[in-house]
Design a protein around this ligand. Structure first.
Ligand SMILES: Cc1cc2nc3c(=O)[nH]c(=O)nc-3n(C[C@H](O)[C@H](O)[C@H](O)COP(=O)(O)OP(=O)(O)OC[C@H]3O[C@@H](n4cnc5c(N)ncnc54)[C@H](O)[C@@H]3O)c2cc1C
Length: 570
């Protein structure tokens, strides 16, 4: 049994920032992570982090950042939360700079900012096209400096929830059971507060820019223990995934001047967003590309071109060196000389564990931050550069809130609940090793991914969504026929993938059910059978709660402070 005041699950930017904040309040804090923290998906972030520093344009302000974020969200974001994020953005970015993050600079030495989609001003701070990598290393160093204990190569199996001794009617998160992947042992981690920072759920789709570890398991574990998931139907498709592999080609490429062109060589964005063109919000650009492809103006196989040839070798080498490498290595195209073939790809999970601006979830003792959380600052569509920002702003807030909660509510020793959870996990794993398999987990995963890619995609409609829901439920019905091919627990990826698949099937169900119920088009959720936004009936958040029969949907109002919903013209 390992005991800490605060246990952060996930060592990405959100988890590391939460750990730093909790440690700064004197809490004993540990990070538990499936991969070494710097290998988290945060390290793959390319384009940048938003904050109204006003270096590239002094007219920019936190108020403008707030307004454009809310408009970008198609008015589904909670406006108080967006205000908090945008107000705190500059100080969090300067903090990262002072901790040593090597941002790209302007001639005069101040932090450079590039224009990102739907932002209204050049507001995205960056480090060439390796922003996530430098921020990740900077924050991990801060964890090391504070001697935060890191348990890496641990796969979380369950969230341990107990009665609260002070209030027996109330449940409380107490810790987790995890699998030590290299040693093959089950371990108990007891804490006064647990912070879930396990990242997004991209791997539910096949065509995704996300890393293999982004299965959304943290969301599922919280959901299974009664924490509701919010707005899961809002799934972001990035306009420019590399054709074939879906590796991300950063929005930074368009920020540096890249054009989108169809097979006729036309800059088609003029027909979809006359003013913002290639730098319209992602939902609009993704739909434009999908429309070009669907209407026969894409290239055979289904892609269009991202053309950087006019940007020039020098600027590409300075500002987009990683993009150039990816394009050469994975598409055989040097963007200095030829356009890059791209298609929309699944990219980001706007929804997540419902929580407030301090990461507090409805389950006492459980906090959430980063992509696994839904605060909600992205609403129906996230603006590029706001996610890295969310990790540092709300990571810090969740870490501080959890530390305060832990101080006020120290854990009573209760080993029994951990024994029971461990036994349940052991039983589940034993069951997976017994008898003959009637199903192959890889086949189920592929069918799930294809279903999501084809039917819960950029454009949706009732018929497709119903078919997808039936298919996911069929797959859930087949899942109990899956068995382990290798029984040992030591580095058994077969086991881990099976457990992740179980989580992903439930999340796929929540996404699809929410999308089917929402009979309007808003942000990334575009229903061809309900093509307009319906504020009268749908200006509200979806909340999905787990029941043995499947997800139960409820709704809650959107917090509107001063920005009334308006038409989104770009
Ligand atoms: C290719 C790419 C480029 C991006 N570029 C940008 C950008 O330029 N700007 C921007 O704002 N946003 C960008 N994003 C989005 C942004 O990077 C992410 O939303 C953000 O970094 C998520 O951080 P996180 O800390 O919440 O999660 P992650 O960084 O994904 O970390 C999740 C952590 O959870 C742990 N974990 C997962 N499963 C388990 C488990 N079963 N047990 C234990 N631990 C587990 C992992 O080990 C990991 O440490 C990009 C995303 C991608 C995929």
């Amino acid at each position: 049994m390992y005991t800490h005041q605060i246990l952060v699950v996930g060592g990405g930017l959100a988890g590391c920032r939460a750990a730093v904040a909790a440690a700064d309040l004197g809490a004993n804090v540990a990070i538990l992570s499936r991969v070494h923290p710097v290998r988290s998906h945060s390290g793959a972030a390319q384009g940048g982090i938003n904050g109204a520093l006003g270096t590239a344009d002094p007219k920019d302000s936190p108020e403008a950042h707030t307004y454009f974020t809310i408009k970008g969200s198609d008015f589904l974001a909670d406006q108080d939360a967006v205000q908090t994020m945008c107000q705190e953005a500059p100080s969090r970015i300067i903090e990262m700079e002072h901790w040593g993050a090597p941002f790209s600079r302007m001639e005069d030495g101040r932090i450079a900012q590039r224009p990102f989609g739907g932002a209204g001003f050049p507001r995205t701070c960056f480090s060439a096209d390796k922003t996530g990598h430098v921020l990740m290393h900077t924050l991990f160093e801060q964890c090391l400096k504070r001697q935060v204990q890191v348990y890496e190569e641990r796969h979380i199996l369950s969230l341990v929830v107990d009665q609260d001794p002070k209030n027996p009617a109330a449940r409380r998160a107490r810790g987790v059971i995890a699998l030590h992947m290299t040693e093959g042992k089950l371990e108990s981690y007891r804490a006064d507060a647990v912070i879930m920072a396990t990242g997004g759920a991209g791997r539910i789709y096949r065509k995704t820019t996300n890393a293999h570890v982004n299965t959304g398991i943290g969301m599922a574990l919280a959901y299974w223990k009664g924490a509701p998931l919010e707005d899961m139907e809002f799934v972001q498709f990035h306009p420019t995934g590399l054709f074939g592999t879906n590796i991300l080609i950063s929005e930074g490429a368009r920020a540096e001047g890249g054009y989108l062109k169809n097979k006729d060589g036309e800059r088609f964005m003029k027909r979809y967003a006359e003013k913002f063109m290639e730098l319209a919000p992602r939902d609009i650009v993704a739909r434009a590309i999908a429309t070009e492809i669907n209407e026969g103006r894409g290239y055979p196989g289904g892609y269009v071109h991202l053309d950087l040839t006019h940007v020039g070798r020098e600027r590409i080498e300075e500002r987009l060196p990683g993009i150039r490498d990816l394009s050469i290595n994975f598409a055989g195209v040097d963007p200095v000389e030829a356009p890059i073939p791209i298609q929309p790809s699944h990219h980001y999970t706007m929804g997540g564990i419902a929580c407030d601006i301090n990461g507090t979830t409805p389950l006492p003792g459980l906090y959430a931050c980063g992509e696994t959380a839904c605060v909600s600052v992205h609403g129906a569509n996230r603006l590029g550069g706001n996610s890295l920002l969310e990790t540092v702003v709300f990571g810090a807030r969740a870490g501080a809130a959890a530390a305060q909660y832990a101080k006020a509510n120290p854990t009573e020793a209760n080993g029994k609940i951990f024994d029971a959870e461990t036994q349940a996990a052991e039983k589940k794993i034993r069951g997976l090793g017994q008898g003959e398999a009637t199903e192959d987990y890889a086949a189920i995963k592929t069918e799930m991914g294809n279903t999501m890619d084809d039917q819960v995609q950029v454009f949706r409609n009732e018929k497709d969504l119903r078919r997808a829901l039936d298919k996911i439920r069929e797959l859930k019905g087949r899942f109990p026929g899956v068995r382990l091919r290798r029984k040992g627990l030591r580095y058994n990826l077969d086991l881990i993938h099976i457990l992740e698949l179980e989580a992903m099937l439930d999340l796929a169900e929540v996404i699809t059910l929410g999308a089917l119920a929402r009979t309007e088009s808003r942000g990334s959720h575009s229903r061809t059978d309900h093509p307009t936004r319906d504020d009268t009936h749908w200006l509200k958040h979806t909340l999905a709660t787990h029941t043995p029969q499947g997800p139960k949907l409820d709704y809650k109002p959107v917090t509107i402070t001063q920005w009334k919903p308006e038409a989104r013209v770009y």
